[in-house]
Design a protein around this ligand. Structure first.
Ligand SMILES: *Cc1c(COP(=O)(O)O)cnc(C)c1O
Length: 367
């Protein structure tokens, strides 16, 4: 994509349109169409998108937001940053997403929203989440930083709740050349409000009615993202091909109880931002893969409620045992559009070798 990107970036320099401007406006339109939502409001990061979404809905001190402890830190730290209180519910071990059957018990008079995360490229089970929101007349906020382009029953991630928040950090499926994010909503009133919040709450130049801050997107970022968006479907197809190949190649290890594979729930189109398996003795397995030249990663080594920031605020991970179980065993294998077939075969062979060895601890049930 380099020639296309170089040209688009050079145009930004020619126009000196470094902040907002035409490239940002066209990206907002294109990405909203891609997701299937009326409005996308670009901003400076996924974290800011989450804080904008919460503040845009007027959620703050005294309010509770139900969310998952199994995600990147920002999913829940954004709730603290907005001044509200996160309430954690456990996850579904098959999808790593929030378990909707636990929402009712977490509800209180103070609950103002459910913040679901569509983790690793697959949407959470939205039907019961949306019904729960309607029943209690509270908002549903979607963190789809890892799932741009994923669908649930034909609806795009980021288009189903009151508001969605996503990230264009370089490791995401739609990654820019730096920081970026967007808030999505079908409500034009909320969209207008968010546009002002992102520029210091300023409707008329130098007149401030709301307390906003600077969360604008740069023109260079939008220029790069406009090019990459055109190639996104192709990149997702390649991720899907790689995921299917991992699944068929590793299924016999799963039958032997050596490994737990990710899967796609019915009604979902998975975009495979990550391919996360579970293994016993995860750190040992990871070390042995590294010795064979296979880099892996851990998403996430600790639940959010067990992070020091949350422990210091009186949280623990006692009520979310499935999330803790997954945090101890999750191992992310290499997956990205440029991964070649022969490279993936090296990963598969190395994993087969490592997992066929006698482990220092016998495998327990990986759920
Ligand atoms: C990356 C990510 C974020 C934060 O996005 P940034 O652009 O890095 O601020 C939030 N939530 C999830 C699930 C993410 O993966």
């Amino acid at each position: 994509m380099k020639p296309e990107i170089d040209e688009a970036v050079s145009e930004i320099f020619q126009k000196q349109a470094f902040v907002m401007g035409p490239a940002v406006a066209s990206f907002e339109k294109e990405v909203a169409d891609y997701i299937g939502v009326k409005n996308a409001i670009s901003c400076s990061s996924g974290t800011d998108a989450l804080v904008l979404a919460l503040k845009g809905l007027g959620i703050g001190p005294g309010d509770e937001v139900i969310t998952t402890p199994y995600s990147f830190f920002a999913s829940a730290s954004s709730i603290l940053l907005a001044g509200a209180t996160p309430v954690f519910v456990d996850i579904d071990p098959d999808t790593y997403n929030l378990n909707p059957s636990l929402l009712e018990d977490a509800f209180s008079e103070k609950t103002k929203a459910v913040l679901v995360v569509h983790l690793f490229g697959q949407c959470a089970d939205m039907s019961p989440v949306l019904s729960f929101g309607q029943e209690h007349n509270i908002h549903v906020i979607e963190d789809f930083a890892q799932s741009v382009g994923a669908t649930y029953q034909g609806r795009g991630a980021g288009s189903m709740g009151t508001v969605g928040a996503t990230s264009f950090y370089p490791t995401k499926n739609l990654g820019g050349a730096g920081e970026g994010g967007a808030v999505t909503t079908n409500s034009s009133a909320l969209a207008e409000h968010l546009k002002y919040l992102r520029v210091h709450g300023m409707k008329e130049r130098y007149y401030h009615d709301n307390l906003g801050w600077n969360s604008r997107m740069g023109g260079v970022q939008a220029a790069v993202l406009n090019v990459k968006l055109k190639h996104l479907d192709k990149m997702v197809l390649r991720r899907r091909q790689l995921a299917n190949r991992y699944i068929s190649a590793l299924s016999s290890l799963e039958k032997d109880g050596r490994l737990f594979l990710p899967s796609t729930s019915e009604g979902n189109e998975h975009v495979w931002n990550q391919f996360v398996v579970r293994v016993e003795n995860r750190d040992e397995v990871r070390g042995q893969l590294m010795e064979r030249g296979i880099p892996t990663d851990i998403f996430y080594p600790k639940t959010i409620s067990a992070q020091k920031v949350f422990l210091d605020r009186g949280y623990d991970d006692q009520n979310t045992p499935i999330a803790s179980f997954c945090a101890d065993r999750a191992l992310a294998l290499p997956i990205f559009p440029e991964l070649r077939d022969e490279e993936q075969q090296m990963v598969i062979s190395a994993l087969e070798q490592v997992l066929s060895k006698k482990l220092s601890v016998e495998p327990t049930k990986l759920i």
